[in-house]
Design a protein around this ligand. Structure first.
Ligand code: PGA
Length: 251
């Protein structure tokens, strides 16, 4: 197992089908060879088309932004892991703070989503992170520790080896306010130590832990340079190919 450097874009509910296609093409054509993996987290409606656009480029992968926890059935409007897998999806972002905040998702549910995504051979990008009041109260490690334990500690070592973690302090998402490189490093180190205690050093060393929250071309290098930061989950700046490519080139 080997730890991967990853620049993942989370497009959220942005771009229509044509805009999404153009954005993916612009990333493909502008990508310089690098050791980092580039992941495009697109809306569901774009997945199949973008899987075709990126199919010959081994360093670009496709992510969905959510997935239902059940196999199939009477869940009007939901999307299953089997559906995603059949569209060529490699990664699924799970537990994003916007899913937690607006759709009431908690770690018990996210744990089930992680299970089904793994069952279908895709890799979860598990998001965790504290709100501002929790950080101000000095309880951020405690909270993120609980999130990580509830969502991930039931996995086997082999399963954990497939999981990417994204630490996204909620106060830094979409706010233009990033965690300092030291704050990111401290939390990433803490998360890796939890993974190590539970799953052992080999798994912990191979786990990619991404930072998310206002990553931009002008701050990516300093954040990615931290020893326990293995890349970024990028929202706003992933919507402009030039900015996203600059971030992907910041390792
Ligand atoms: P942002 O979003 O880069 O716009 O802060 C990050 C995220 O929500 O994943």
């Amino acid at each position: 197992m080997e730890r991967k450097l990853i620049a993942a874009g989370n497009w959220k509910m942005n771009t229509d089908y044509n805009e999404g296609r153009e954005l993916a093409k612009a990333v493909v054509s502008g990508l310089q060879s690098s050791d980092a993996l580039v992941v495009l987290g697109t809306p569901y409606t774009h997945l199949k088309n973008i899987s075709v656009i990126i199919k010959d480029i081994s360093t670009i992968k496709l992510a969905a932004q959510n997935c239902h926890q059940e196999e199939s059935g009477a869940y009007t409007g939901e999307i299953s892991a089997a559906m995603l897998q059949s569209c060529g999806v490699d990664f699924v972002i799970l537990g994003h703070s916007e899913r937690r905040e607006y759709f009431g998702e908690a770690d018990e549910l996210i744990a089930k989503k992680i299970d089904i995504v793994l069952k279908y051979g895709m890799q979860p990008i598990y998001c965790c992170g504290e709100k501002l009041e929790v950080r101000e109260a000095g309880k951020h490690e405690e909270l993120v520790g609980e999130q990580v334990k509830t969502a991930l500690f039931h996995l086997t070592k082999e399963q954990m080896g497939q999981v990417v973690i994204a630490y996204e302090p909620v106060w830094a998402i979409g706010t233009g306010k990033t965690a300092s490189p030291a704050q990111a490093q401290d939390m990433h180190h803490y998360i890796r130590s939890l993974i190590q205690e539970k799953f052992g050093s080999e798994v912990a060393d191979a786990t990619s832990i991404l930072y998310g929250g206002s990553v931009k071309p002008d701050n990516a290098k300093e954040i990615f340079a931290q020893p326990d930061v293995d890349g970024g989950l990028v929202g706003g700046a992933a919507l402009k190919a030039k900015d996203f490519l600059a971030i992907a080139g910041s390792f």
